[in-house]
Design a protein around this ligand. Structure first.
Ligand code: 1PR
Length: 523
């Protein structure tokens, strides 16, 4: 049995799933006494440093945790569970940490996308039982804007590069903690956790140690999910968002099985979009929650779910907040949620009133689950104009003129799965969402969706130039060269595709081999 400290809002499902997959029985600790009595303790951090310490204090967990750490019994901290061990954090000035390791937590000071999201390597600095069976060249999944900075190198277990070198894991006796998420790092992550659990393994340094580590460009498999006319939940795929063929919704398979296949093939993340979410009330959509629950038991890479995340009133007049909807998704196994239509309406409100309320879905979910948990899904469509001064929107000069030879265009935001265009451009939307606390942009493109004609690089670069959070390019992938293009000329942090994977035109391993040969860093 292993004890797990869940102080947060409940999105520790992935850690529980990983431990259970490794044959452990997980017990959630509910009191200080449970902490002190634990034989082995896992501490996955969630949210922000300040809120974590506040909750630990309010539950009287600080003294028991300190006592546990000093007892020398096995401890594994993940992400904020690592940061908690330090004296303080720039994320919450004035708030004291557990001071188990002398040092501070600092915000990344780099000219790169923040948060640092994705798969990066580690440079091992001391022997550990964690590395049995690992070569040293593995990449692990990171998602954070702050990193630890110990006063001395004594307890540094590994370092990683992102603009500069930072400490990515520590080991002090039996106390081990990683900035990366082993529970989301595929088979390498599970191997590392298994080594932690098997306390008798040999302490060693892996055979290989990279001079520099590099963040990989992510390949994301996307599953558009909806109920078909027969009432079954299926994966479908549209052409420019039209999912019907001869009157029927295209049926490309079952969500859980397809997600499992893409995980086994090496996809770096899986995204589910509940594409009729704007119509249905997602908390009544139990099959979708079941899909997440079942997928997350066997898929150990990040899972994003989108569709219908907004405030609701049900037919009995009961109000549900977007935060409640998101929380249910997190409890069912999601690591990130994606907000589409609601983000457009929120930004319209902010622009109209000139102020933020703190109450929007983006702000609320980011506050509780952290910025990295909030992805904004944009569904833009090109609108051509003759000159930029005829519209108030952010326009670009395009190399692909419109039907009347127009040399400029703007990208119109849409809602309800592309059905309704709004007077808002995608660049403005992305900027305001970043200010509201979003951690990532999923940039679709209705004009390119399902066409296999390549990503819209002009759109991607316009958004990349406007925000500092990572941008996922989506829509139009049709060949392996399109991925090289989107990473070399398109500045995208990740590329998402659907059709080529569903129709097995380019399997994930073949794509990754090709990118590797083209010198693109991948996992
Ligand atoms: O508005 O918060 O309820 O969220 C609804 C979500 O569902 C949004 O993220 C929106 O993008 C998505 N969505 C709604 N309708 C459709 C549709 O296709 N009719 N799918 C839809 C969006 C885009 C990607 C697609 C890529 C790659 N599909 O999911 O997978 O474009 O495709 P490709 O590689 O085949 O070109 P809300």
């Amino acid at each position: 049995m292993i004890s797990l400290l869940d102080y947060g809002a409940g999105n520790v499902r992935s850690v529980i799933n990983a431990l259970e997959k490794l044959g452990e029985t997980v017990e959630i600790v509910n009191s200080g006494r449970d902490i002190i009595n634990a034989d082995r303790l896992v501490f996955p951090g969630v949210g922000s440093f300040g809120s974590m310490m506040e909750i630990l204090h309010s539950k009287d967990f600080v003294a028991p945790l300190t006592e546990y750490l000093q007892s020398g019994k096995p401890f594994f901290g993940i992400c904020l569970g690592l940061q908690a061990l330090f004296d303080n954090s720039e994320e919450a000035p004035g708030v004291a940490g557990l001071s188990f390791i002398p040092g501070a937590v600092k915000r990344f000071n780099v000219d790169l996308a923040i948060p640092h999201i994705g798969w990066n390597g580690i440079k091992v600095r001391q022997p550990s039982r964690l590395f049995n069976g690992l070569s040293g060249d593995e990449k692990f999944y990171f998602v954070h804007s702050y990193h630890v900075a110990p006063d001395s190198d004594e307890f540094v277990l590994s370092a990683t590069d992102y603009g500069y070198e930072f400490v990515s894991a520590i080991q002090k006796g039996n106390i081990i903690a990683t900035q990366f998420h082993p529970e989301k790092s595929g088979k390498s992550g599970l191997a590392l956790l298994e080594n932690f659990l098997a306390e008798t393994r040999e302490e060693l340094i892996p055979a290989s140690c990279p001079d520099r580590t590099e963040l990989a460009r992510r390949i994301i498999a996307c599953l558009d999910v909806r109920t078909n006319d027969q009432g079954d939940l299926i994966v479908t795929k549209g052409d420019q968002y039209d999912v019907r063929e001869e009157g029927n919704v295209r049926n490309l398979g079952k969500p859980v099985q397809l997600a499992g296949r893409y995980y086994e093939e090496g996809a770096d993340e899986i995204t589910f979009l509940n594409i009729t979410g704007f119509r249905d009330f997602p908390l009544k959509d139990l099959p979708m929650l079941e899909v997440l629950e079942n997928t997350s038991k066997n898929v150990f890479v990040p899972l994003t779910i989108g569709g219908g995340i907004r405030d609701y009133q049900d037919k009995d007049g009961r109000q549900y907040s977007a935060l409640e909807v998101a929380s249910e998704y997190f409890r069912s196994g999601a690591d990130k949620i994606s907000i589409g239509s609601d983000a457009v309406l929120i930004v319209e409100d902010v622009l109209r009133t000139g102020k933020t309320t703190g109450l929007s879905s983006i702000e609320q979910i980011a506050r509780v689950y952290g910025n990295q948990a909030v992805v904004i899904s944009i569904d833009p469509r090109r609108v051509y104009v003759k000159t930029p001064d005829t519209v108030k929107h952010h326009t670009i000069r395009t190399s692909f003129p419109g039907p009347e030879g127009e040399e400029y265009c703007w990208y119109q935001c849409t809602i309800k799965g592309g059905r309704e265009g709004r007077e808002l451009d995608a660049v403005t939307l992305a900027k305001v969402c970043e200010q509201l606390g979003a951690g990532e942009i999923l940039l679709n493109c209705i004009d390119k969706d399902g066409t296999n004609s390549g990503f819209d690089l002009e759109l991607i670069n316009a958004i990349k130039g406007a925000v500092s959070i990572p941008v996922i390019a989506s829509g139009g992938a049709g060949s392996k060269e399109h991925f090289v293009e989107v990473f070399e000329h398109g500045m995208a942090d990740a590329a998402l595709a659907a059709s080529i994977f569903h129709y097995n035109e380019i399997p994930v391993p073949e794509l990754k081999n090709y990118l590797k040969k083209a010198n693109i860093t991948i996992r």
